[in-house]
Write a protein that binds this ligand. Structure first.
Ligand code: NAP
Length: 350
């Protein structure tokens, strides 16, 4: 028997879709992703990008507080064992905690979860088919794609070594952490995101070096003005990152950069390096099967809908959004995708 709803992805969009679909008695089947070395390296393990961050201070409903009692009563004890240690001190909810809470909420309403990747799809047959890494084929009447996007990194071994200890790809998520306050920081990139991140970080940091590989920014004029007019932001033109410097104890202590004009090298003292060099949507398995934008994001076909180029296929979260990219906007679109799927099923039965 075909599934009513299959959801691919386990970030806020996937779980919000699962909560809504399960409460509509559609018994959704969620493919949360596989636990593989490739996914670890790419930052695409189950529970999405939020599981790679530390504290989440901007998700409504989660002000800082003593969450230990709540978490131990809400989350299945077998899942608690795999989580970072809980602290009994007042703290903002962390990304992994928030994602476990969302996953738990979905399972409370009988969402079924498979810890595997979907590697291929047939969206033309009815029912449609999804094929997993482990080789299982599942038929489904509707599909919600919520596979997210991954931040691009430079690919330096030193960058990998200091991830979560000074290297981050999300200033809004991590910028207010104590290690970044009143200290110099580096932002890499020259687009709108880089300026936005640098401007945001400048509120906390003593100085922000914006390292850009060219002598001209890609960012819009208004954003450029914002960076150039900010006394705390110094643009390091025509430089690329050579190496992230630091040690086991302190994490990042500086960034070595090289001039693209004359190859000269200098060290920028900094306690953090933020990447803002774009994102890559996780749509490889959809190539040629679903319309995507020039940048590879799923193309939505109607404003305010989660409809895609194939009937019965809906997209939610960062996989279809290169603009807002927030947990709350993803969760909202996951809800919309589940409602769209429910209405599609109702209209096909009518
Ligand atoms: P983007 O516009 O693609 O810019 C990426 C930047 O990273 C470029 O400056 C690029 O350099 C640089 N870069 C890429 N790969 C690199 C590498 N390997 N090493 C060094 N530098 C590298 O991406 P984005 O800034 O994330 O923006 C994405 C979209 O969101 C855009 O449409 C943007 O307008 C929008 N956005 C808007 C706002 C806003 O309006 N407030 C805020 C954020 C984002 P080059 O310039 O040399 O290619």
């Amino acid at each position: 028997m075909a599934e009513k709803v299959v959801i691919i992805g386990s970030g806020p969009a996937g779980w919000a879709a699962a909560i809504y679909a399960s409460r509509a008695n559609l018994a959704p089947l969620v493919y949360e992703g596989a636990i593989t070395e490739e996914n670890r390296v790419n930052g695409t393990l189950p529970l999405g990008q939020l599981s790679l961050t530390t504290e989440v201070e901007n998700y409504p409903g989660f002000p800082a507080g003593r969450l230990d009692g709540f978490l131990t009563t809400a989350i299945d004890p077998t899942r608690l064992r795999g989580m970072p240690p809980l602290t009994d001190q007042s703290h903002p909810v962390t990304g992994p905690e928030l994602m476990e809470l969302m996953r738990q909420q979905a399972t409370n309403f009988e969402t079924r979860i498979v810890t595997d990747d979907i590697i291929d799809v047939d969206l033309d047959s009815r029912p449609m088919k999804v094929i997993s890494l482990e080789g299982r084929t599942v038929e489904t009447e509707t599909l919600i794609v919520a596979t997210g996007a991954r931040a691009n990194y430079l690919g330096l071994p030193s960058e990998d070594a200091f991830k979560n200890r000074g290297v981050s790809a999300c200033a809004v998520c991590d910028g207010a952490l104590p290690r970044f306050r009143n200290r110099p920081l580096v932002v890499v990139g020259g687009g709108d995101s880089a300026i936005e991140e640098a401007t945001y970080l400048a509120k906390y940091a003593s100085a922000v070096y914006l390292v850009h590989r060219r002598d001209e920014l890609r960012a819009s004029q208004i954003m450029q003005k914002r960076a150039i007019g900010n006394p705390k932001i110094e643009i390091v033109w025509s430089h690329v990152v050579n190496q992230v410097l630091g040690d086991e104890q302190q994490g990042v202590t500086g960034v070595s950069v090289r001039s693209t004009k004359d190859d000269s090298v200098q060290t920028l003292e900094a306690t953090g390096m933020f990447l803002a060099i774009g994102h890559t949507p996780n749509t490889d398995f959809l190539k040629g099967k679903l319309e995507t934008t020039a940048k590879g994001y799923i193309q939505l076909t109607e404003p305010f809908r989660t409809w895609t180029s194939k009937p019965g296929v809906f997209a939610a979260g960062d996989v279809a959004d290169d603009y807002y990219r927030q947990a709350i906007t993803s969760a909202g679109s996951g809800c919309r995708a589940a409602l769209d799927a429910e209405r599609y099923l109702a209209s096909s039965e009518a």
